[in-house]
Design a protein around this ligand. Sequence first.
Ligand SMILES: *Cc1c(COP(=O)(O)O)cnc(C)c1O
Length: 407
Amino acid sequence: MSQSNKSTIAVRNGIDADKHHGAVVPPLYLSTTYSFADFDKKRDYDYGRSGNPNRDILADTLMQLEGGEKGIITATGMAAVHLVTQLLNHDDTLVIPHDCYGGSYRLFTSLEKRGLLKVVVLDLTKPESLEQIAEIAPKVVWIETPSNPILRLTDIEAVVKAAHGCGALVAADNTFLSPALQNPIAFGVDIVVHSTTKFINGHSDVVGGAVIARTKELGEELAWWANNIGITGSPFDSYLTLRGLRTLKVRLKQHEQNALAIAKYLEASPFVEQVYYPGLASHPQHELAKKQQHGFGGMVSFDIKGGLQDSAAFLTSLTQFSLAESLGGVESLICHPATMTHAGMDAQARLEAGVGDTLIRISVGIEDVEDLLNDIEQAFKKIQPGNQGDSDSAKDFKLSPAHTVLW
Ligand SMILES: *Cc1c(COP(=O)(O)O)cnc(C)c1O
């Protein structure tokens, strides 16, 4: 399927299908229950948890964009992650990457503590992990690429080969790129998971999730569980998420264009130690990114020169970036993983994941990039002159009381 086909699917799926009034945009069905057409004659829908037209259009659109055979819409991204774990019995093993989304890591390890499944943590970017998968013979291998926050890539095709070689399923969390920029099913992945909260909805106003299965059979099993445990998404959330999804391709294009400009600017800046962006030729997995992605995405991370104080001085001087967690909205967000998204990790684990005090993550929005670059430049200048690369000289920096709560 070509990119232009996908744009058309995202824009047109479900459009002008209303038989009653010719509504061009699919109407919002809030009704929790649906009347039977006659005795023992059910219509398409009977009860809102089990099925809803708005949820179904969103599921169908995402299914087509990912190239799967069945889509399931869940109330949150974590509900989508949780849904996949329903496939495992207590003696089944789930292989997870050491740097997967913190919420997923917490869920998997909590389920393991209760004896509901077994977890093995691997660094899937290392070739030896592929041999370990064959030895473990897990039920499911979980991948997340690019990873958060330093955008390491996992070779999807290689993991699929190793997993399928020992009868394991592969699930991929595709939140960071969205179906516009990466389609894991094309490489044989069995289940794609999304937090639609991020790029798919794209406007930071709905929390939601999706699971797309490569085969109808696997999709039906997951859909059965979603209804059974009651985690399906709401009609209004589905309606809004579909509205966001309509513009996915054009948003991602602008996110990416802005992100590349910012990554290049940061790479050339004397205030920056290292930039992490798969679109830069200097990224160690730039070639892999070109092979398995349709683009490089809107997330850029970097290490600022200096120490914690310099990160704070920079972050609190910005005016066009909101200091906030989450990602994928049209507005630029900036985050300090060590004190925000990854604050729950112990210091050692954080360092192993590459999350030091100087790491900064940007979810680059679709604003005029000149405004973003000017803002970054003025904020760098707020770091005390001559301070870059020397954290000691920042010792006089005073945190305002409003910001001390961060650490
Ligand atoms: C946000 C996120 C999730 C969880 O999704 P929610 O919508 O917050 O429940 C899962 N995986 C990744 C990669 C995420 O960024």
